[in-house]
Design a protein around this ligand. Sequence first.
Ligand SMILES: NC(=O)c1ccc[n+]([C@@H]2O[C@H](COP(=O)([O-])OP(=O)(O)OC[C@H]3O[C@@H](n4cnc5c(N)ncnc54)[C@H](OP(=O)(O)O)[C@@H]3O)[C@@H](O)[C@H]2O)c1
Length: 210
Amino acid sequence: MHVTVFGANGQTGHEIVKQLLQRGHTMTAAVRRPSTVQPLDGVTVCKIDLSDQPSVLATVQGSDAVISALGSGALRSARKKTSLYSDSARAIRAAMRQLDVKKLIVLSSSGVDEEENAPFFYNCIIRRFLMNTYIDMARMETILSESDDLEWTSVRLSYLVECGSKPYKVYDTSIDSSTFRIGFKDAANFVANEVKERKCMRKMATIAYP
Ligand SMILES: NC(=O)c1ccc[n+]([C@@H]2O[C@H](COP(=O)([O-])OP(=O)(O)OC[C@H]3O[C@@H](n4cnc5c(N)ncnc54)[C@H](OP(=O)(O)O)[C@@H]3O)[C@@H](O)[C@H]2O)c1
């Protein structure tokens, strides 16, 4: 398959690209700074401007699936309002509809829904700090839930950590005290598998270590 990965130079995006290549897919790495993408066989780098619909359309052209690993750099600009997630979801959806591309996977967060069982420090500190990001991720997920013509999945990541691969679980609910972390490699593993397997089609799937 040919997959377009938006945010391919981000921490998770880069890992997703590597794992898709290992599975034999080819890719378009859609980034705003092409010089930040390591040249790899099977990966075409495409400079994008998300506010310019023709540039999004040209990037998605020829794809069998699209992944958005875009992020607002939450900790750097957590308190600022963002519309990155919802604006990019609209722009990507419009391009996919025009080109009749069906499969879309986006990265979201397990913090989008408030969970009573989440750890105290998470609910009282981290969640409040990241509220503007979660608000726009929720808008993005609403856009997806209203897109019955697309085979979408929203991958709700828990706190991303550097670690080796280990068994993880997919949860229907959001975060609670036992589900708080996921490694970059395992997050990318789930996304790369989901491109073909579609086990979580039209779902919000939280992934975390049990
Ligand atoms: N880190 C965590 O613990 C955590 C937990 C749960 C969920 N998440 C979510 O998981 C996703 C991936 O996280 P990450 O840590 O891998 O993100 P990251 O390293 O910050 O990467 C974000 C990517 O988005 C791109 N981007 C941002 N604004 C853009 C714009 N206007 N146009 C084009 N590209 C743009 C960045 O490109 P540039 O390099 O050009 O800025 C970068 O490639 C994010 O949505 C994040 O909110 C993260």
